[in-house]
Design a protein around this ligand. Structure first.
Ligand SMILES: Nc1ncnc2c1ncn2[C@@H]1O[C@H](COP(=O)(O)OP(=O)(O)OP(=O)(O)O)[C@@H](O)[C@H]1O
Ligand SMILES: [Mg+2]
Length: 481
């Protein structure tokens, strides 16, 4: 194929020069301009095979040029580069048909690689429908602190890819929100976003939840059940609280990720999968790996692109914007409009937010719903903050919870994990087993593995105990406490 021509538009001369040099060295012809009008003229004249454009041009916004270029020359690939690294820029570029978005500054080698890739792919690939989201400016992620800018930059690079992403961060920092944004603005947005929370599902059920089961696969499996992998086909599977996944299920998941196919529980035919995986956890996974609680190979499989969401106290400058956002949200839901005065805002900025954005959101909702005054002062904030449980973020702090309410809480989480539907049938047996397992393990631990003593302690017949241990696959180690 004859030499390809690249059209470059950037008002910064230094950038035009280095980009031109880098591309020429790699065998491309280059025409560079500082403005949108010249670029548009070249496009109209049928010149060029690829456009690289900046967003802020003196005469027109480069992003506004995109739909016109796509309309006139659908075969012309476009790469957008910008120093305005907000999620919005990245998303708009993708929606308006850019092949790639490069946040400035970028490596020249990266630019050359992108150009090469864009020119080698059939043009159909860049075709993206602009779904005409009515309100493009209303993005889900609020905050413009340096820490969040860094997150947007990473998301901007990821949005058009299928790479596996691992999101870490304290509870309430927005892990699920980020996962959802990656899906909603990426090429898989026509598919489903399916979330599964490993911490909310009994361990025995995880495999059937993930991969589905056939009718009769186990007691209680009265019907075929569709797994989350199947639900997410063509879309995104969000593996939430991945650090809580039992080790056996980790092994199975690793195999599926390696082979790109799975079988349902009780099924035989391998099913190929096409899902994008995003995982999240509030645990320190490296620590879990070193403790032998998380498979190292699975960790590396999932940790392709790590994103760490900073706790809110590390970006206190985002607090006012978040407060205004949640107040506006409450007002749009019909709650009275409210403002927060300056000293109150100062108090909110200085607070440590152990429960992060979720805690802030809940507080703002209370302000909107419970107080009659239009302007909220520091006294109200003071009262609200002193009411707040000391550690909204630390689920470990459940010292006073009794067994019944712990079980109830787990069950409620489990049911709510099935948003519109019910969990698969056979619940009674499964839940009883879930409770039996720790009961037997703890009793055996207390009797140092002595089954006679354990059966007395439990008030069970020895054979019954032995049978249960076999059923539940519990290994008895003698003499270990
Ligand atoms: N940057 C943000 N802008 C606006 N809202 C946010 C932001 N971050 C988080 N939120 C909101 O805060 C709440 C908690 O976010 P999310 O559920 O994504 O947190 P999480 O990290 O998954 O928490 P957990 O570990 O407890 O599951 C949600 O209602 C979400 O919409
Ligand atoms: Mg979450």
């Amino acid at each position: 194929m004859a030499e390809s021509t690249v059209l470059v538009a950037d008002d910064d001369q230094a950038i035009r020069v280095v980009v031109t040099q880098a591309l020429s060295r790699n065998g491309y012809m280059v025409r560079a301009t500082s403005n949108a009008a010249t670029l548009w003229k070249w496009v109209e004249d049928g010149e060029g095979d690829l456009v690289i454009t900046d967003v802020v041009l003196p005469d027109e916004n480069g992003l506004d040029l995109l739909p016109r270029i796509r309309k006139l020359r659908p075969d012309l690939r476009i790469v957008v580069m910008s120093a305005q690294n907000t999620l919005l820029t990245a998303v708009k570029a993708a929606q308006r048909g850019a092949f790639e978005y490069l946040p400035k500054p970028f490596d020249l080698s990266e630019l050359v690689a992108v150009v090469k890739k864009a020119l080698s792919q059939p043009t159909g690939r860049t075709e993206r429908r602009d779904e005409g989201r009515g309100d493009e400016e209303q993005l889900p992620l609020i905050g413009s602190s340096p820490a969040m800018q860094e997150i947007y930059r990473t998301l901007a690079r990821l949005i058009a890819t299928d790479l596996t992403v691992m999101i870490t961060g304290e509870s309430g920092t927005g892990k699920e929100l980020v996962a959802k944004a990656l899906h909603d603005y990426g090429p898989r947005r026509a598919g489903s976003f399916v979330a599964i929370n490993m911490a909310a599902i009994p361990r025995e059920l995880i495999e059937s939840e993930l991969f589905g089961h056939e009718r009769g696969a186990f007691t209680g499996a009265t019907q075929r059940h569709i797994g989350r992998f199947e639900q997410a086909e063509g879309g995104t599977l969000f593996l939430d609280e991945i650090g809580d996944m039992p080790v056996e299920a980790q092994t199975r998941l690793l195999r599926v990720l390696q082979e790109g196919e799975y079988t349902t529980v009780g099924g035989r035919t391998p099913i190929r999968t096409n899902v994008r995986i995003i995982a999240a956890t509030h645990h320190n996974l490296r620590r879990l790996v070193s403790q032998g609680l998380f498979r190292e190979d699975l960790f590396y499989r999932l940790n392709v692109v790590p994103i760490r969401l900073p706790p809110l106290r590390e970006r206190a400058e985002d607090v006012p914007a978040l407060v205004r956002h949640f107040l506006a949200q409450a007002a749009s839901e019909g709650l009275p409009e409210k403002r927060v005065d300056e000293t109150a805002m100062e108090r909110l900025r200085a607070y440590r937010w152990p429960g992060n954005v979720r805690e802030l959101e809940n507080l703002v909702r209370r302000l909107a719903a419970l107080y009659s005054q239009e302007l909220i002062g520091a006294d109200v904030i003071e009262a609200e903050l002193s009411e707040a449980p000391a550690s909204a973020a630390e689920p470990e702090d459940r010292g006073s919870e009794n067994l019944g309410s712990a079980v109830e809480r787990h069950l409620r989480d489990y049911f709510s994990a099935h948003k519109d539907g019910l969990p698969p049938p056979g619940l009674y047996d499964r839940i009883v087993k879930e409770v039996e397992r720790p009961l037997l393990t703890v009793c055996l631990g207390a009797t140092r593995g002595n089954q006679i003593k354990a059966s007395e302690l439990l008030g069970l017949n020895r054979n019954t105990l032995r049978k249960k241990l076999r059923e539940l696959d519990i290994q008895v180690v003698r003499g270990v406490k």
